[in-house]
Design a protein around this ligand. Structure first.
Ligand SMILES: Nc1ncnc2c1ncn2[C@@H]1O[C@H](COP(=O)(O)OP(=O)(O)OP(=O)(O)O)[C@@H](O)[C@H]1O
Length: 288
């Protein structure tokens, strides 16, 4: 018994020494705040069950479409170890500046504000060899120490999968909805279920499902070719009880404009029309 008491006493001392003293055991995750003078009416995440399915492309397309619709738009590139947004928006070699202890986001030609690891690295080919706490610190700074100004939409390009940073985005940023991006193979393999489960567990509503690279149009005869078979977008969306949004083709011109940095200028009109309708409908329903 005496031994038991000693152990309790020891635990209290250890807790106190570690600063856990009398703090409640379950305080919940830290909520990141935007810097003074900055705000976002809507924070929307773009997620995927695995990498390389076109999540950044869809983030960029949604941002470009909202900007073309006259909205004030920012992109927080939370894909911290594999950022691809700056290149797409012609910001290769651009470095974020600081003013009054705040980071100034880079601004695209069309007026989209961007914050990304690539804007703070010496060179965009430098590998990001950061461990968990640094990744979280970067995310917190990108959200909270950046001079975003007053945004209508802050889009968050999430890291692929369901790792630490993705969970932190869900827990610490006021994400009001997520767009899920998938490839035709994901729909077959139900990889999309992983992303959906993460959103459900974090209690974040799903805007809908986008299928990328499901078909291509023959450049000679205009025929629609479906290399992976007929689309399963609607079937999968129905299965999970979410909305089927856009189907994006495999388009070499899109890939080229992402590489050349003029995606914003060259993006075909209506590429993510259903997604935008859905996002704006929510905006109108809010009366904002
Ligand atoms: N519909 C498409 N047509 C042509 N190329 C595409 C299409 N979608 C994506 N790509 C190309 O595929 C590559 C990967 O796309 P993207 O970076 O958007 O994927 P991601 O899911 O964000 O990847 P990661 O998970 O690694 O961040 C890019 O080079 C992009 O230009």
């Amino acid at each position: 018994m005496a031994d038991e008491l000693d152990r309790d006493q020891l635990r209290r001392e250890v807790d106190q020494a570690l600063g856990h003293g009398s703090a409640p055991q379950h305080q919940g995750p830290e909520q990141f705040q935007m810097a003074e003078g900055s705000s976002a009416k809507h924070v929307i995440g773009v997620i995927s069950g695995k990498g390389g399915v076109g999540k950044s492309l869809v983030t960029g397309a949604v941002a470009t479409s909202l900007r073309r619709a006259g909205k004030r738009v920012g992109i927080l590139d939370a894909d911290i170890t594999g950022p691809s947004i700056p290149k797409m928006f012609g910001m290769s070699g651009v470095h974020a500046m600081a003013r009054d202890e705040k980071i100034l986001p880079a601004v695209s030609k069309g007026g989209i504000e961007v914050m990304s690891t690539n804007l703070v690295l010496q060179s965009e080919t430098d590998p990001v060899l950061w461990r968990g706490p640094m990744l979280m610190g970067a995310l917190k700074q990108f959200f909270g120490d950046t001079d975003w100004g007053e945004l209508d939409y802050l889009l968050v390009d999430m890291p692929p999968g369901t790792g630490d940073v993705a969970l932190t985005v869900f827990q610490s940023l006021p994400v009001e909805g997520v767009v899920i991006v998938s490839s035709p193979q994901d729909l077959v393999q139900m990889v999309v279920g992983k992303a959906l489960n993460m959103a459900a567990m974090m209690e974040v509503p799903v805007v809908g499902l986008v299928e990328n690279m499901g078909y291509l149009t023959c450049p000679h005869c205009g025929e629609r070719i479906e290399p992976f078979g007929p689309s399963r977008l609607q079937e999968t969306a129905d299965h999970f009880g979410i909305m089927a949004l856009d189907q994006l083709p495999i388009d070499p011109a899109i890939a080229a404009s992402c590489d050349e940095g003029d995606f914003e200028q060259k993006m075909p009109q209506g590429l993510v029309a259903k997604t935008i309708d859905q996002i704006l409908a929510h905006d109108e329903a809010d009366g904002r």
